[in-house]
Structure formats: C-alpha cells, structure tokens
Design a protein around this ligand. Sequence first.
Ligand code: PXL
Length: 280
Amino acid sequence: MQKRAIAVHDISCVGRCSLTVALPVLSAAGLNTAIIPTALLSTHTGEFTGYTHLDLSAQLRPIGDHLSTLGLHYDTFYSGYLANGAQVDEVLRLMDQLCDPQTHIFVDPAFGDHGRMYSLMDESMPRQMRRLVSRARTIVPNVTEASFLLQEAYPGEDAGEESISDFCRRLLSLGPENVVITDVHFRPGETGIGILSRGMEKPLYRFHQRFQGVFHGTGDVFASFLLGALMNDLPLEKAAGVALDMTYASIVETLRDGEPLRYGMQFEKVLPLFWQRIAK
Ligand code: PXL
C-alpha cells in the first residue's frame, strides 16, 4: 500500500520553503501527502520585507475534527513552521486525532537560525516547541533551535564537537528516538549534521563543503529529503546521508543558476537523483 504523510507547515506563496518544499519532495518520494497549513504568508520572513501573514490556528481544530472522521492511517506526521507558540496546543490535538502508534512523528522545530528566532516568533515558542519535540520520534533542529530548546546560549558559529554532542544527548533526553542536528560547523570550510539515536554511544557526523551566503529554505529541503528517505525504509544514517547529499546538490544547482538565494533552493533539479538513491 502507498504510504501516506500529513505535512503541517505554513504556505509561503513565494520563496520555496515549508509546504512548497515538503509537498513536492514527499510526492517525489512516492508518498501520498496531505497538508494542513498553519499560516499563509506572501513570502517567507527572511530577506523579504512587507510580507503578509495570516495565522490559520482557528482552522486547525475544524480541519482535524473533519479529517479524524475519515479513519485514515498516516505513516508520518511532519510538522514544521508554526504561526506562534500557542498553535502548539492545536498541533498536539491534531497528533491525538490523526496519529496512531505506527505513525512516525517527525518534528522540524523551524523557529530560528543564526542564533536568533525568526522575526514573527514569540518568546513562548521554544517552551511550547519542547512539547512537540517530546512527542516526536525524530527531530531535526539546527544548532540555533537546539540551543533555544535546551535554554542554552547560542554557542556560535564555531561550536565545538563536544558542545554539539552534548546538545544531541540532551535533546534525546527530551523524548525523541532520533536527533539529527543541522548547521554543524566545527570543521573549517565544511557544514554538516550530527546524528544520534537511542542506543548509540555518541553522534555520527557527516559534512560537505560550505559555501558563503545564507541559503534560505535549506532546513526544509534537508528535513523533507530525510523524511522521504526514511519513509522508503532507509536506515537513519543512510537517509541522513542521502538528504545531506541532496541538499548540497540543490545548493550547487542554485549557485550555478545564479537565482537570488532568497527564492530558495533549486531542489526540483535533484528529484530524479533522489529517486535513484531511495528506490528499491
Ligand atoms: O524555512 C523556514 C521558514 C518557514 N516558513 C517561514 C519562514 C521560514 C524561515 O524564515 O519565514 C514563513
């Protein structure tokens, strides 16, 4: 049977991120992907000004109430960018209504980067997001989100292996089975990820070349490729390696094309390669 996903993120009309990344990537991974939009914005909130923002919190309850009558099984519940901290209550309710013990709950905390929370986030977000993290099987915070979730100061660009490993262990103790932390920079000229699952003694690290610039939407690109690979039964380490390779290839395509980075990554061009890497 075809696997079914439900993706709970914002819609940003322009500037590939959140649902405009999750939906095509999960579809390319062969998943039947349903969506629940958390907010509607004209663009994402990085490097654009004047964007519109409609909080869709009031819709989540009636949507969940209706969808729960359909009796569908979701193989994964994938949450990302939320309109505000209070919306976590609604997302937890959606989990109660739509998930069963087999559903892989995959949480991308998606509230900050470069040591700061995104512009529309309120201060309750890290505390609220911890509640979603503790319900998840897999989480994919970047180092900024990890530090907010753990109530630690942002360790800065060059955080060493010891502090990243400590973050991973402490995130795991919040409840998830798997932590994949992104934006790890302790190797000069490289950027990468740390992977820690219950039962592993220490995190595994994977890296690729680091480019200068702010690459909008790469967190969403990475997380969506990772989830697509996991849903095709790749083990975590392998799935994370594929997702890192696909993210790197998307960045290379974007730089080669010269499109301004605020419009997001050209992940479309690597979808055929992605399928080759995950198809059985
Ligand atoms: O890529 C994360 C993201 C998602 N959605 C919105 C954003 C951002 C990052 O800035 O602004 C609306």
